[in-house]
Design a protein around this ligand. Structure first.
Ligand code: ADP
Ligand code: MG
Length: 572
């Protein structure tokens, strides 16, 4: 006795939307069904606390995937809470009112019992099954009620049938009759890959029977021709089940952290630093982030760059391409952020708008900057290593993260005319070394330390005892444009305009000397200008040289010499 029924009206429209536009990659149907199975197990486990009848003597929670190549079906089975016929109607026949959601509401009014970790509070995940299946069959039976089994079936065309059936144990089978172009999901490797990619850290085991054929061999180990191979079938757990970020910090060993880092980063080295924290209150999330020691190989490949920090929602992988989570200038971070506030089926568009994500990003940036500042104080050696690998990227933040620009300024390390080779200084340290007569922070842009050391402009500053920072990264030209002052001290390029090095008295004396000298050398300066013609704007006597005969300087408002080189290289 099977009845044909129509989905509740709004459902059909939504179905189309879900199947055709909600998800960009088809594989996630498996993620959705696994998370439903995991939800159902969480619910059963939770209800069993009050009513042992739910257990039916089976507390070995499990999700099982079965591929039948002949029937072309893929089945996802769980021994979770299951559904009565009424619940199937209400939960699967209606999209917007999801059972999980109602369950949570119920729990909310019953505060003594904390709700279990429930994946997905949005009522559309199940329909993702129709992205790969021409027809879906659900056989389900409510835990603790042996007579409640029912079979639900639909082609995703707006109609479904539901009829009573038998199912020996509690739980649910979701049987997908795969469309011809989706048969790849019957392959063991494809299933394995999809499960480990999206659902690796689901707490319950996701199992599959793995079939292996061994040819018969004689006692010397040689294959015996014409004999049927021995077939062994072993059940394997596909997911690693280790949601390490959810575990309390004091239970996690350094090697656990390192192993997880290697797993997600594909780095063979240990991480330089591990940052593990949890936020509770208005936004709730846990995060486990790592600073790699060296730039990872993939960071050099432009189209690989986006594989960054992974976003999970309640243990279910959502994406690892989420700029809204980690700003670009921290793109070297690896790790996981697991939020309990986002809906499971967030689309890219939703991610861009999600306020929750903005709050998480803010907190995450603060935490990372705090960690870096701390590391700089307490572990200078590690910090120098970090800066060498990623300082160039961090400096982008000065331009892009206005709110944190000052904090980033304090993280910058530079070579200078007073640092030893291989050692660097912060702006703060520079300021503490400034003699009282020095009013501004001086820098010179150059290709490298050696070039900066040899710059003729440096001479006057050296003889005065004024330290000069060496801006040797290409991006430092941009840094210099954004950071015009530090702690009320102006940053000034010693290669631009006329730099004022002298005290008032010295100035007067020098100015007179210079006027005199200029008058004496009027002929010479004019002759040089005539000789160089258009190549220079002006020839004048300098007060910045002590040993060299001459040097080139830019206009105060002009481009730096290095910048001019860059622009020239770009054919500007
Ligand atoms: P969500 O999981 O966000 O609630 P879904 O569309 O994925 O939305 O599932 C709809 C509802 O169907 C679930 O809330 C749950 O009540 C029910 N359901 C789906 N799969 C199962 C399952 N394997 N066992 C028990 N109930 C299920
Ligand atoms: Mg779901």
């Amino acid at each position: 006795m099977s009845e044909k029924r129509q989905f509740k009206t709004e459902v059909q429209k939504l179905l189309d939307l879900v199947i055709h536009s909600l998800y960009s990659n088809k594989e996630i149907f498996l993620r959705e069904l696994i998370s439903n199975a995991s939800d159902a197990i969480d619910r059963a486990r939770f209800e069993a606390l009050k009513d042992e009848g739910v257990l039916e003597n089976d507390a070995e929670w499990k999700i099982k995937i079965t591929a039948d190549k002949d029937a072309k079906t893929l089945t996802i089975t769980d021994n979770g809470i299951g559904m009565s016929a009424e619940e199937v109607e209400a939960n699967i026949g209606t999209i917007a009112s999801s059972g999980t959601k109602r369950f949570l509401e119920q729990l909310q009014s019953n505060k003594e019992n904390l709700p279990p970790e429930l994946i997905g509070q949005f009522g559309v995940g199940f329909y993702a099954a129709f992205m790969v299946a021409d027809e879906v069959t659900v056989i389900t039976r409510r835990a603790g009620d042996a007579a409640s089994a029912s079979k639900w079936q639909s082609k995703g065309d707006g109609f479904y049938t539901i009829e009573p059936c038998t199912r020996e144990k509690r739980g649910t089978d979701v049987i997908l009759h795969l469309g011809a172009e989706h048969e790849e999901f019957l392959d063991e490797w494809k299933i394995r890959k999809t499960v480990t990619h999206f659902s690796d850290f689901v707490e319950h085991p996701i199992c599959m029977d793995i079939r292996r054929e061994e040819p018969k061999r004689d006692k010397d180990g040689k294959v015996i021709e014409g004999e049927e191979p021995t077939v062994t079938i072993t059940e394997e757990t596909l997911n690693s089940r280790k949601a390490i970020w959810q575990r309390p910090k004091n239970e996690i060993k350094p090697e656990d952290y390192a192993e997880f880092y290697k797993h997600i980063s594909h780095d063979f080295q240990e991480p330089l630093e591990t940052i593990h924290w949890k936020v509770e209150g208005q936004t709730e999330f846990s995060a486990l982030l790592y600073l790699p020691k060296k730039p990872l190989f993939e960071m050099f490949m432009p189209d690989q760059r986006e594989r960054g920090v992974q976003l999970y929602v309640r243990r279910v992988f959502i994406t690892d391409k989420c700029e809204e989570l980690v700003p670009s200038y921290l793109r070297f971070l690896r790790g996981v952020v697991d939020s309990s506030d986002l809906p499971l089926n967030v689309s890219r568009e939703l991610l861009q708008e999600a306020r929750t994500l903005k709050m998480i990003q803010k907190n995450l940036v603060k935490k990372v900057l705090d960690t870096l500042a701390d590391m700089k104080e307490k572990n200078a050696e590690n910090y120098a290593e970090f800066w060498k690998s990623f300082g160039m990227i961090v400096k982008e933040g000065i331009h892009t993260d206005f709110e944190n620009a000052e904090r980033i300024q304090d993280l910058m390390l530079f070579d200078s005319s007073k640092t030893d080779e291989g050692k660097k200084t912060t702006l703060a340290e520079y300021v503490t070394r400034m003699p009282e007569s020095q009013k501004e922070i001086y820098y010179i842009t150059a290709e490298n330390r050696k070039a900066a050391m040899n710059a003729p402009q440096l001479e006057a500053f050296n003889s005065k005892g004024f330290e000069v920072l060496f801006f040797t990264d290409p991006i430092d030209e941009w840094v210099a444009q954004d950071v015009t002052s530090y702690k009320d001290k102006k940053l000034r390029s010693i290669a631009k305009g006329d730099v004022d090095l002298d005290s008032e008295d010295e100035k007067k004396e020098h100015e007179e000397n210079r006027k005199e000298a200029t008058k004496e050398n009027e002929g010479l300066l004019a002759a040089i200008k005539e000789l160089l013609g258009e190549k220079v704007k002006e020839v004048r006597l300098s007060k910045r040289l002590t040993e060299s005969a001459c040097c080139l300087v830019s206009d105060e408002w002009g481009m730096g010499i290095n910048m001019e080189k860059i622009m020239k290289a770009m054919n500007q």
